[in-house]
Design a protein around this ligand. Structure first.
Ligand code: ADP
Ligand code: MG
Length: 305
């Protein structure tokens, strides 16, 4: 099996990125995979609490600051096959992690002995977060059905796209000409339709158009809805997918949804055991379903909701 990195992001805090990262990782370990769960929420990491692990253990901080080997930051969990890298940075400023360090981090991450690496990116749209997201094999975005959360996800995708295009254009030597356009797109208050954006770039030449189209083809987003309280809200997943197609010309996949459940809430306080949460039928089966979809690149269709 090819080693895969799954990155979980989504702009807004509190949607359930950490919970879902932990559940995806636990499930994969249950399938006898070698799994590493990474708390990439530098500054606000809390994954260790889900596994009742003390925050004093070595963390990513030691990799970035003390230059210890990444494999020496691995911590065993009670779940067989699942190791954790914590992101508890306390006084550490995540923005100070340089691009080069990030690339090194990625290189080392890929070399770790694992079948699957689950990377919880935390909230926000810092460049580090966007870059890590774009480097992953599986790009997963989590939102609740709340409008603010959906708006954040939408903005996250926009930033992802702009970042991707900017990267590709500068790589191909179009850095200067396209800065102005990209700035306009990023700063616009209303959403610029992506088709209009493509038109703008087309006017600048065939090469730019191709670069943009190819770049977007590489952005394969898996959407997950979480904390769903009424089944009807799960249909937002389909709407979101359609909106991303219409506005950004992105083929996102709606991988599935997870219900709101009180036991899951307790997990974040360290009051519940992750395996027991997994055994709650509606949670375990959703995580199975969603993981399967992400792995296969399949998604939910309207009739299944
Ligand atoms: N499906 C769910 N049902 C109930 N509570 C949830 C669910 N998913 C997440 N939560 C709760 O929401 C809060 C935020 O979750 P967390 O995973 O820490 O979010 P994030 O990592 O996106 O900031 C936590 O208290 C968590 O227990
Ligand atoms: Mg989190």
């Amino acid at each position: 099996m090819k080693k895969e990195i799954w990155a979980i992001g989504g702009g807004k805090g509190g949607t359930g990125k950490s919970v879902l990262s932990a559940l995806f990782a636990t499930r994969a370990a249950g399938k006898k995979k070698k799994v590493i769960l990474v708390d990439g929420d530098l500054g606000g990491g809390n994954l260790h609490t889900f596994f009742n692990i003390s925050p004093d253990k070595s963390s990513l901080n030691d990799f970035f600051e003390k230059k210890i080997d990444l494999k020496d930051t691995l911590i065993d969990t009670k779940i067989s096959g699942l190791k954790l890298i914590t992101g508890d940075m306390r006084s550490y400023n995540p923005l100070s992690v340089k691009y080069i360090q990030r690339l090194k981090f990625y290189r080392h991450l890929k070399q770790l002995d694992a079948d699957i690496i689950v990377l919880d990116l935390g909230a926000g749209t810092a460049l580090n977060t966007l870059d890590s997201f774009l480097l992953a094999d599986k790009m997963i975005l989590v939102s609740t059905a709340e409008i603010t959360s959906i708006e954040n996800l939408y903005l996250f995708v926009k930033k992802i796209i702009v970042r991707k295009i900017k990267d590709m254009l500068s790589y191909e030597g179009f850095r200067d000409i396209d800065q102005t356009i990209l700035k306009t797109v990023l700063n616009s208050r209303e959403t610029i339709k992506f088709s209009d954006f493509i038109e703008l770039l087309k006017g600048m030449g065939k090469d730019q158009e191709k670069i943009v189209t190819d770049g977007l083809g590489e952005v394969r987003i898996n959407l997950v809805l979480n904390q769903i309280r009424e089944k009807v809200l799960s249909k937002y997943g389909i709407s979101l997918k359609n909106i991303l197609k219409r506005h950004y010309n992105i083929d996102a996949l709606f991988s599935g949804y997870v219900n709101y459940n009180d036991k899951v809430r307790e997990l974040a306080n360290g009051d519940a055991d992750i395996n027991s949460v997994f055994k709650i039928d509606e949670i375990g089966s959703s995580i199975d379903f969603i993981s399967g979809n992400i792995k296969k690149g399949s998604d939910v269709n309207f009739n299944e909701l």
